[in-house]
Structure formats: C-alpha cells, structure tokens
Write a protein that binds this ligand. Structure first.
Ligand code: ZN
Length: 89
C-alpha cells in the first residue's frame, strides 16, 4: 500500500511540481493522460520545472509627448491639442 502511494506520488510528480504555474491545468492533463508513456511524463516534468514565460512590459517613452487627460492618447511633444479628442493638453 505504501509503495502504491509512492508510485502515485512519483507518477503525479510533474503535476505536483507545476501546481502553482499558469499552465498547471495543461501540465496536469498531460501528466494524467500521457504520463504512462515515459515521453509524456518527461515532457510534463520538463514543463513543470521550466520557468514561466516572462511577462514583457511595454515601455512608453514618456518624454516624447504628453498624454491627454481626457482620453489618455499619447500626443506628440509640443502639441497643444489632443489629436484624438481635440481637447487642449
Ligand atoms: Zn484626448
């Protein structure tokens, strides 16, 4: 019985390791359905221990212009009126 539990823990090790990731459901499903093939288990394990994709932050050049206080559109530097809504900036 102990060895059965140990084998179950070993089988679901990728799902356990990847439970906090954004792809936790995908890792679990791959582990569940293809884990019995060694390739599926190894793929789920690598997926589980690989780092999450970095979240890229889009940088906006703030010094290049002014944001309209009305609609939030970035206007060119030196502009006195918003190109989108026409309000003075
Ligand atoms: Zn505007």
């Amino acid at each position: 019985m102990i060895s059965f539990l140990f084998l179950m823990l070993l089988y679901f090790l990728p799902a356990i390791l990847g439970r906090d990731k954004s792809d936790a459901t995908g890792i679990f499903l791959l582990n569940l359905f293809l884990g019995w093939t060694l390739v599926g288990w190894v793929a789920a394990f690598i997926w589980a221990i690989a780092s999450d994709r970095p979240h890229y932050v889009r940088y906006v050049p703030v010094s290049a212009g002014h944001f309209c206080s009305q609609c939030g559109t970035l206007g060119p530097a030196g502009a006195h009126f918003c190109g989108a809504c026409g309000r003075s900036v």
